[in-house]
Design a protein around this ligand. Structure first.
Ligand code: ADP
Ligand code: MG
Ligand code: MG
Length: 325
């Protein structure tokens, strides 16, 4: 009895940041719930408008157009994300590098100009990949030191958006939510029955939505990077969208998927991309040295490697995958 209304599910989806987004919340106030979700989508749109390289007048486009010319004043949003991007570039020794743009453009993965570039084109593009040449002045004025540089926040922006959505939901008093921004998952609070959220880990060999295992979490984010997300095939070779800034080619080191579990989605997003490039050994070593960040690394032979804090926490549901450590 009493006057506590029951919490029910409200869910909505959208297509932004180049991907499918879904926000599900549980609340007793349906009207307020709808408003809160709409506010979240408006915030994501604002982030996209600031940071997309596909929007002609975005701040990042302005920065890129002024490469080697002059500094561009940007919003706190863009300045914050670029600051984080540089921080993670340094931490991963350039495996994650937001100045990867010239190579991303050259390969054009999943665009109408995707192709395997010539070696000399790759060498030329590589000259302009250098996160140290992204200059952040007076907190929010950005200059790319050289003409030809091009920043691309595709490896981090969805993470930032997920954190911002979680912040809005918390501020508006939402205690239970599941946010999925194209595979960047944020599980806010726990389920209404008090259980942890079950988050499926994508099977890299199967269509989106087919899982190889499950992690149970609350108030955490699960962010993955994989060779299955965006790619094209030429002959038997898969050219995917995570580029090794050292070679200029899609990272090929035996890893096919990396999953980061932490409480900050922006950090997890940069790390998922960086660890993918670093590969199993160096990637695992880096994660072991960061507090409160865990990972799952899947290799092409279906080996599953867990960081120490993940031991016993991944339930493998497809037994063609094997726990390798
Ligand atoms: P997804 O966006 O599919 O979830 P990621 O978070 O791993 O995957 O980001 C991949 C995207 O990041 C690419 O599509 C490209 O825009 C950009 N990118 C590719 N290689 C790198 C890299 N080494 N460092 C930073 N960004 C990268
Ligand atoms: Mg991702
Ligand atoms: Mg990423």
């Amino acid at each position: 009895t009493g006057c506590t209304k029951e919490k029910t599910l409200i869910t909505d989806s959208a297509y932004m940041l180049g991907t499918y987004l879904q926000i599900s919340i549980w609340t007793e106030d349906q009207q307020k719930g709808k408003e809160v979700i709409a506010e979240c989508f408006r915030r994501i749109q604002e982030i996209e408008q600031n940071m997309s390289v596909n929007i002609e007048d975005s701040e990042v486009t302005k920065i890129n157009k002024n490469a080697g010319i002059e500094q561009v004043a940007v919003s706190n949003d863009t300045a914050f994300v670029l600051g984080k991007a540089k921080e993670y570039a340094a931490l991963t020794k350039g495996a994650y590098d937001p100045s990867i743009g010239p190579l991303v453009k050259l390969w054009g993965i999943e665009t109408d100009h995707e192709r395997v570039p010539e070696k000399n084109e790759i060498d030329e593009a590589l000259k302009y990949v250098n996160y140290n040449a992204i200059q952040i002045q007076d907190e929010n004025k950005i200059k790319l030191a050289d003409r030809g540089m091009f920043i691309d926040l595709g490896g981090i922006a969805k993470g930032y958006a997920a954190d911002e959505v979680a912040n809005i939901l918390r501020k508006r008093g939402i205690q239970h939510a599941m946010v999925n921004l194209g595979g960047n998952v944020y599980a806010l609070g726990n389920k209404i029955d008090g259980d942890d959220w079950k988050v499926g880990i994508q099977n890299p060999y199967e269509p989106t939505g087919t899982h190889m295992g499950i992690v149970e979490i609350n108030n955490m984010t699960v962010v993955s990077s994989g060779n299955y997300e965006r790619y094209f095939m030429k002959g038997d070779i898969r050219y995917h969208h995570i580029i090794d800034p050292k070679t200029g080619y899609p990272a090929e080191n035996g890893v096919i998927s990396t999953v980061i579990i932490s409480n900050s989605s922006i950090d997890a997003d940069a790390l998922s991309t960086g660890i993918y490039v670093l590969g199993l050994e160096k990637g695992m070593e880096l994660i072991e040295n960061i507090n409160d960040v865990e990972c799952i690394i899947i290799t092409e032979d279906k080996g599953v490697y867990l960081s120490s804090g993940m031991e016993g926490k991944l339930k493998i549901s497809n037994d063609t995958f094997y726990l390798a450590n």
